[in-house]
Design a protein around this ligand. Structure first.
Ligand code: BTN
Length: 254
């Protein structure tokens, strides 16, 4: 089934709806390889049977209850070293969208969406294809818990649980895509520093003593992110350390 979103300029003009698939990111990858998908297309499913999460984890989502989709972008105006800007704008657009319904939502670096006390609401898996000088294509995979009320993993929650009502998935998709488009356009025309600052302002546990693990347990404070999106943590001895995604684990939240 194909649908169209009429309220955007270019995102979601082509929506590929699948009742079931392994992973919408994989579907997007296959179609990109075959060149059968246009920039701005969305692949969405009711039932993802082998959803991919970050760090090689599996993403579980109850059939028909949540938003599980991938968006195809071709941000050739970004260089490979600017990749993290995509994480920033997508995370911020999820926050923009969610704050229409609920409060106390933060970004857990690099791009988990969490409620400050109730846990993880969703996550983003961005898979870029790079040339030497540009991001040729980007698959933005988004999994957001909407109407699910029971979870097999700890520290997970849904919009319905937090807002106390159920939602129409397609209505939400329309609104979310509009927010994403607005933020995506912002990378081109706005001050990138402004986007980075907004990201920091919305970061979970920013500037608070928290527990981490970089092969050893330590206490630290998140102080910021580097240009390329590494996490900057101040340790108890006053040292500032930079971490890539796989180099540090958070020992709080999910
Ligand atoms: C994470 O927090 O680990 C990222 C989760 C990303 C899940 C989404 S669901 C739609 C898209 N397709 C996938 O296989 N994964 C992403």
């Amino acid at each position: 089934m194909y649908k169209i979103l009429a309220n955007t300029f270019f995102l979601g003009k082509d929506i590929i709806y699948l009742t079931e698939c392994h992973s919408t990111n994989e579907e997007a990858q296959d179609r990109l390889r075959l060149r059968t998908v246009a920039e701005g297309s969305i692949i969405i499913t009711d039932n993802q049977t082998k959803g991919k999460g970050q760090r090689g984890n599996e993403w579980f989502s109850e059939k028909g209850k949540n938003l599980t989709f991938s968006l195809v972008l071709q941000p050739k105006f970004l260089t490979p070293s600017e990749q993290f800007l995509l994480n920033i704008v997508i995370s911020l657009s999820l926050l923009d969208f969610l704050s229409e319904y609920i409060q106390d939502i933060r970004i857990k670096w690099p791009n988990d969406i969490v409620h400050i006390t109730d846990g993880k609401l969703g996550g983003i898996l961005i898979e870029n294809s790079l040339s030497q000088s540009a991001i040729e294509s980007s698959i933005i995979g988004i999994g957001l818990n909407i109407n699910q009320r029971h979870f097999t993993v700890p520290n997970a929650c849904s919009l319905a649980q937090l807002a106390g009502q159920d939602f129409d998935i397609w209505e939400l998709l329309r609104s979310l895509i509009k927010h994403i488009e607005k933020r995506y356009i912002q990378i081109k025309k706005d001050d990138r520093e402004k986007l980075r600052k907004e990201y920091l302002l919305n970061m979970f546990k920013f500037d608070e003593w928290s527990d981490f693990d970089d092969k050893e347990f330590f206490k630290g404070k998140i102080k910021g992110i580097t240009e390329e999106g590494k996490l900057i943590i101040e340790k108890e001895n006053g040292q500032f350390q930079h971490y890539a995604f796989k180099e540090v684990k958070f020992l709080f939240g999910n």
